[in-house]
Ligand binder design. Structure first.
Ligand code: NAD
Length: 350
């Protein structure tokens, strides 16, 4: 595998992947290319010795070509994206620029450098989402790799578009590509605008927990470390040109996730010394249930009702299966945030 270029490696999943890869493959050099947008954070990968963070944009084709040549990159793992659906509704342009034009620019650079006949093996691995498949009814079968694309938000439309470009560079130019479409990730280092860290931090400061619509939208929840194992399996066993769905095997309505967060916060205040002093505004600091903060708000425009992943292909062809239950993963994640306020507090102050 040798040298990797990880785009978006200072973000949530990319950052976890950098930690994961450095632990599992200490002999490899990792070049992280990240524009350090609001979602990127240097401190996420600080201390990972073999990772070299280059602050730069995936749309800078000249820079990417230079990195591919000078660092002798054999593998690109492409995470960099605008990733928050709500932001894509209030401002779609950044999603088109980074997710579509940025991916195209990266593909152009890979084509220019890698397909010049140097005889080396290369892999462009693209990280995408289950949201490209659209929304399921309660009884519909889960998304498989052959489910037609039907993206509903500017975010998922931009990701769908990037998936098609990746596919096209394989079929038209012969670039060695794979794509994984994964479900909702959670775990350490997630920016506190996404459900789990947002609700935890709101609960700690006694702010309301805003629940979209009736709270019964269903998602499959994937611990980020399981996701990293799925990507690793795809890099070693994935067939060029193929796509694989990666899920956590945990289909849950939002309300079940929110209730589990509330219960975990209450439990943490009973079990972890000093939380009541650190977070005096939390209901749990005053013997009240966190669930009292639950508040229904107007639903997200175009909110997809249900996503579910059929991972038969990843299980059969890659040997992938999620290892963590949601209950274990949520417990570990919330305890990580409670132990790592130094990581998230500066983000709230930005
Ligand atoms: P994130 O928003 O936490 O991180 C994105 C990173 O990309 C940030 O570090 C940001 O600085 C960087 N970036 C943004 N624009 C850039 C640009 N033009 N050039 C270079 N770097 C840039 O996102 P995430 O949650 O870690 O998601 C990573 C990937 O996984 C994305 O492609 C996303 O679509 C996909 N995905 C995420 C989830 C999820 O649940 N978070 C689910 C399915 C798929």
């Amino acid at each position: 595998m040798a040298n990797l270029l990880v785009t978006g490696g200072a973000g949530f999943i990319g950052g976890n992947f950098v930690h994961y890869w450095a632990d599992k493959h200490p002999e490899d050099a990792i070049v992280v290319l990240d524009a350090l947008t609001y979602a990127g954070n240097r401190s996420t990968i600080e201390g990972v010795e073999q990772a070299d963070l280059i602050e730069g944009d995936i749309r800078d084709q000249e820079l990417v070509e230079k990195l591919l040549r000078e660092r002798e990159i054999a593998t690109i793992v492409h995470f960099a994206a605008e990733s928050h659906v709500d932001r894509s509704i209030s401002g779609p342009d950044a999603f088109i620029d980074t997710n579509i034009l940025g991916t195209n620019s990266l593909l152009k650079a890979a084509r220019a450098v890698w397909l010049d006949g140097d005889g080396m093996e290369h892999r462009f691995h693209h990280i995408s989402t289950d949201e490209v498949y659209g929304s399921l009814g309660a009884d519909d079968p889960a998304f498989s790799e052959t489910t037609p694309y039907a993206p509903n938000s500017p975010y998922s439309a931009s990701k769908a578009s990037s998936d098609h470009l990746v596919r096209a560079y394989h079929h038209t130019f012969g670039l060695d590509v794979t794509t994984t479409n994964c479900s909702n990730n959670y775990g350490p280092y997630q920016y506190p605008e996404k459900l789990i860290p947002l609700f935890l931090l709101n609960a700690l400061s006694g702010k309301s927990l805003p629940i979209y619509g009736d709270g019964m939208n269903v998602r499959d929840w994937l611990h980020v470390e399981d996701h990293c194992r799925g990507i690793e399996a795809c890099l070693s066993k994935g067939v060029p040109g193929e796509t694989y769905n990666i899920g956590g095997g945990e289909e849950l309505p939002n309300m079940a996730v929110i209730d589990a967060i509330c219960a975990e916060v209450d439990r943490a205040f009973e079990e972890v010394d000093g939380l009541a002093e650190r977070y005096p505004d939390a209901p749990a600091a005053n013997g009240k249930p966190t669930s009292k903060l639950k508040t229904f708000v107007t639903d997200r425009a175009g909110h997809d009702r249900r996503y579910a992943i059929d991972e038969t292909k990843a299980r059969g062809d890659l040997g992938y299966a999620a290892e963590r239950t949601f209950a274990e993963g949520l417990h570990q994640t919330l305890r990580w945030y409670l132990a790592n306020e130094d990581w998230w507090q500066p983000l709230l102050n930005r």
